[in-house]
Design a protein around this ligand. Structure first.
Ligand code: NAD
Ligand code: UDP
Length: 315
């Protein structure tokens, strides 16, 4: 069945990949974005598609559209971007969520919230399971993002309990791939761009902190399965359980690009989580045995290819 679907933050890294996927399935897609960190180039190839519509709008301001499903992705995701205007970030998460849920309530539509592993903060439980309540600093420089996303989850559950709104919540662990912003400051894009340009590779701290990196296609598959199943509201972790230190990530990028870049160490930012790895038992259980298919090196190769093309660097 062809549905009409709103994607907030649809011109961003994940949003534009989701637009592609839903259009390929034959749905109509309305992409709403204020282009803060998203880019028109991410959706340029879709502008002539009669089933695609771009609306430049800020989710903090109320909106009305007639749709069957809403994927709420609007929010800057990289620490330098979400810290650039912290008040705006928390407004985007909270007021954007209220606007999506209010619209869904009126339309009897289903809402999908892009939450984050950051709701676990600097976790004391490892790997992180969905029933862990987290270890989050409420007043630090990451709080505008972490607490905004935690409040958005609360709103989803309150609208669900109080008004019967259909909600689906995913907790996304670090995801990478084509259409990441080259200057967004996240570790995968930073290392690849630095390696391709022959610049120093900047490891913050000693590089022994860990993250788990999921390739974008695997994540989007999980999104669509979660939205369209009827057994759980979530929250469900989606990510790749492979766990790597930042030193290991840098070594992989150096090896795959063949760069002569050197590793340099810079100060570790405040409240930087020491470890992160999803427990994906629930995703497997509810999402038809979902698990990541793309190993880190294969995903890095595709991402390196993308950045080399975008930055016009011969390899
Ligand atoms: P991104 O920065 O590329 O995309 C976010 C999009 O939201 C951008 O297009 C931006 O312009 C738009 N946006 C921001 N504020 C807005 C506002 N007020 N009104 C309308 N549009 C607005 O980041 P991404 O990696 O694609 O992240 C998408 C979503 O997934 C975010 O909600 C993020 O918190 C969540 N997430 C991503 C990751 C990841 O690893 N990529 C991890 C956890 C959670
Ligand atoms: N990081 C790094 N060098 C960089 C950018 C990030 O060592 O150039 C580290 C950062 O300190 C963190 C990890 O890489 O420990 C992941 O950072 P990112 O900003 O990608 O995501 P998040 O911290 O939100 O997981």
């Amino acid at each position: 069945m062809s549905l009409r679907i709103l994607i907030t933050g649809g011109a961003g890294f994940l949003g534009s990949n989701l637009c592609d996927r839903l259009l390929a399935e034959g749905h109509e897609v309305i992409c709403m974005d204020n282009l803060f960190t998203g880019r028109k180039v991410n959706i340029e190839h879709l502008l002539q598609n009669p089933k695609f519509e771009f609306v430049r709008h800020d989710v903090v301001d109320p909106f009305k559209v007639e749709v069957d499903q809403i994927y709420n992705l609007a929010c800057p995701a990289s620490p330098p971007h979400y810290q650039y205007n912290a008040i705006k970030t928390i407004k985007t998460s909270v007021m954007g969520m209220i606007n999506c849920l209010g619209l869904a309530k009126r339309l009897n539509a289903r809402v999908f919230q892009a939450s984050t592993s950051e709701v676990y903060g600097d976790p004391e439980v490892h790997p992180q399971t969905e029933d862990y309540w987290g270890h989050v600093n409420p007043i630090g420089i990451r709080s505008c993002y972490d607490e905004g996303k935690r409040c958005a989850e609360t709103l989803c559950f309150d609208y669900h309990r109080q008004n019967g709104v259909y909600v689906r919540i995913v907790r996304i662990f670090n995801t990478y791939g084509p259409r990441m912003h080259p200057n967004d400051g996240r570790v995968v894009s930073n290392f690849i761009v630095q390696a391709l340009k022959g610049e120093d590779i900047t490891i913050y701290g000693d590089g022994n902190q860990t993250r788990s990196f999921c390739y974008v296609d695997d994540l989007i598959e999980g999104f669509v399965r979660l939205m369209n199943q009827d057994e759980t509201t979530g929250p469900i972790n989606i990510g790749n359980p492979g766990e790597f230190t930042m030193l290991e990530l840098a070594e992989n990028v150096i090896d795959l690009t063949g760069t002569s870049s050197e590793i340099v160490h810079e100060d570790l930012p405040a409240d930087d989580p020491k470890q992160r790895k999803p427990d994906i038992t629930l995703a497997k259980k509810y999402l038809n045995n979902w698990e990541p298919q793309v190993p880190l090196r294969e995903g890095l190769e595709k991402t390196i290819e993308y950045f080399a093309q975008t930055l016009d660097i011969d390899r």
